[in-house]
Design a protein around this ligand. Sequence first.
Ligand SMILES: Cc1ncc(COP(=O)(O)O)c(C=O)c1O
Length: 381
Amino acid sequence: MHSLDAFARQKLAGLDARSLRRRLIPTTRGEQARAEREGRRLVSFSCNDYLGLSCDPRVVAAAQDATARFGAGAGASRLVTGNHPALVALETRLAAHKGKEAALVFGSGYLANIGITPALVGPGDLVLIDALGHSCLFTGARLSGAEIVIFAHNDADDLARILSERRGQAARALVLTERVFSMDGDRAPLDAVLDIAARHDAWTLVDDAHGLGVVEPGTRAPLEMGTLSKSLGSYGGYLCGSRAVVDLLTSRARSFVYTTGLPPACAAAALAALDIVETEPHRAARPLALARRFTRRLGLPEAQSPIVPVQVGEAEAALALSQALEARGYLVVAIRPPTVAAGTARLRVAFSAAHREEDVDGLADALRDLQPASCEPVSPA
Ligand SMILES: Cc1ncc(COP(=O)(O)O)c(C=O)c1O
């Protein structure tokens, strides 16, 4: 055990030296995008609860009711006895919302991505990933054993070039991209990506983790995955696609087959949130409108989504800016490597329908005051 602890301590010292060590801080989230940390009440710009639904009384009540009716846990994997009615209802609604034939709910978005790709491609196949794709897209690709080629971020021409050169040598090809990029907030040129992929008989999986509920529903992508944990305010992941694909994944996605089903509370909360998304469309527009108010006030390029990166550069400087904002009552967590590339540490500002205009203006003014130089656009890597 001595060598194990010595190893851990040595690694931690290395992380400390580069300001890359991560720590858990107890946080109590509440309504109106407020959060309490270490006795301080803060306005949070670091939650992915874009519509403020995680604390909505209707969503909370749905979770409580499902727990009372079906129990706290699913009790087994879905293929054994864990396929409770809340999951079945949620899948039907997700498929309809996305305009797809079927949906499959996974334990999380991460589990979905590490299960989908290996169930569809393997050795001898090709996976093409946008350079800024989420970690779990890369992990799924690695687990598949297929050859991985990274294309330049949001560069459809680069994708076309790679497919022209490489597609002929692979039995199957799968393109992985995001609809709204999680750390940059920009949107993929989906029409171009889908057309190029189709021209080369490549399939496309779009990760819609940050798009559901805040940008228009549904894309032409044959495979669309996402999470229940962001604008739906719950927990879990999903894939929407054709009936045949969903049936295949039900039998072959290892991160679906060999794990316990999502708890009833999570499924019912997501379903109640989806109801609100569909019946109160005015909510969806608000996070983006607030993000644009912020970018206008700071003279940044217009926000394309509720996520706005404020580029800082080095991890230490990003941490210092985050701490200075916290002292003024704003919670904006610093995002550091390896989540983003070295030298591009930033504050990732996430807007929610639950924010007030004065929250947004106050943060913008505090940022300009503290670090005017950081109020410049992040150029995609
Ligand atoms: C783009 C993207 N995909 C997938 C995930 C994973 O989703 P989950 O949090 O449900 O595991 C995330 C989560 O941060 C994400 O940002």
